[in-house]
Design a protein around this ligand. Structure first.
Ligand code: ISE
Length: 310
């Protein structure tokens, strides 16, 4: 365990039976007794720790975002390509959620025909990691999941940002930083995507998507579970946050990572997925600055990531 707050590291190490405590993530990555590393430190430290793990030739699970910008993420991709082996898994946990997986299978079987529109919503109770510093941080911390989800569900790269409009809902968020954003994207196969990102929804946490095909639609993320009728109301529970909503998915993604590490198999989703999602986030931020649509312009995908969007 490593944490800048040694007390926290000690508490968690005791709870998990971890034998060693480090003040600094780099030290942990370099210790020859450590086989593989999980990076869940604050976003701006991710790239540095991932690169330290790659330098030491170690598998690393990194929470999203892989880096704070696409340039940093690209240096991780290049480092991995030079090593010639996939060592990085990125924490896009929705890919390990059973309902989203079922949705993807339904699309794959052609149950709604050819998808023409992905209509997604992503609502947090409030801005979760303190007041966002910029529109970039909103996009890089939250919308990044939606970009990855749409790439994964569709099997296509996002080609263009058609528009992004926003509003400041929470009074503690500085004007000009949008905790409500409506994002319209075009995919390389001509289909469209619309994302409603609302970080100040107040009532609960919800994430979902309706996939509209040319023969029907299919939706994941609708309220489920027990239906109550009491005190003159009918209702279902809404999760408080992503830890509650994606509890099982977090366990499944960690199990998949451990399996890949033990078997020496390539982990997934990978560094290219982490990189591309940052390119899209930056293109959305550029739209907000310029008011002009932005084409993605990705470099050729290295062969190491042949299953890039699957
Ligand atoms: C948070 O960091 C997450 O990763 C959640 O999945 C996401 O819904 C939330 O917006 C982020 O702040």
């Amino acid at each position: 365990m490593a944490d800048v707050d040694r007390g926290r590291a000690e508490g968690l190490a005791a709870a998990l039976g971890a034998g060693r405590i480090y003040q600094e993530g780099r030290e942990l990555a370099q210790d020859t007794k450590v086989d593989a590393v999980v990076v869940t430190s604050p976003d701006p430290t991710h790239a540095e720790y991932v690169l330290a793990c790659l330098d030491a030739g170690k598998p690393v699970f990194c929470e999203k975002p892989l880096a704070m910008n696409s340039q940093e993420a690209w240096s991780i991709v290049q480092r991995e390509v030079r090593i010639g082996r996939r060592l990085v898994q990125v924490g896009f946990q929705r890919r390990y959620d059973s309902e989203f997986q079922e949705l993807r299978r339904a699309i794959g079987k052609g149950e709604v025909g050819k998808p023409i529109l992905y209509r997604a919503w992503h609502r947090n109770v409030r801005t979760s990691h303190g007041v966002p510093e910029s529109n970039e941080t909103v996009l890089i911390n939250s919308a990044i999941h939606d970009f990855d989800e749409i790439r994964w569900l569709s099997g296509h790269e996002i080609a263009v940002v058609h528009s992004v409009v926003g509003q400041t809902v929470d009074h503690s968020v500085p004007k000009g930083i949008f905790d409500l954003q409506l994002i319209q994207l075009g995919l390389e196969d001509g289909s469209l995507a619309f994302i409603e990102l609302n970080l100040s929804a107040a009532y609960g946490y919800e994430v979902g998507v309706e996939v509209i095909g040319d023969r029907g639609t299919v939706t994941a993320g609708l309220p489920g579970g027990l239906l109550y009728r009491r005190e003159e109301r009918i209702g279902q529970r809404v999760p408080r946050d992503w830890l509650e909503r994606f509890d099982a998915a977090y366990t499944a993604e960690m199990a998949a990572w451990l399996h890949a590490v033990r078997e020496g198999k390539p982990p997934w989703p990978h560094a290219w997925d982490g990189y591309v999602s940052l390119v899209v986030a930056e293109a959305c931020a550029e739209y907000l600055r310029t008011g002009r649509s932005v084409r993605m312009g990705l470099p050729p995908r290295p062969d190491l990531y042949a299953d890039a969007v699957t």
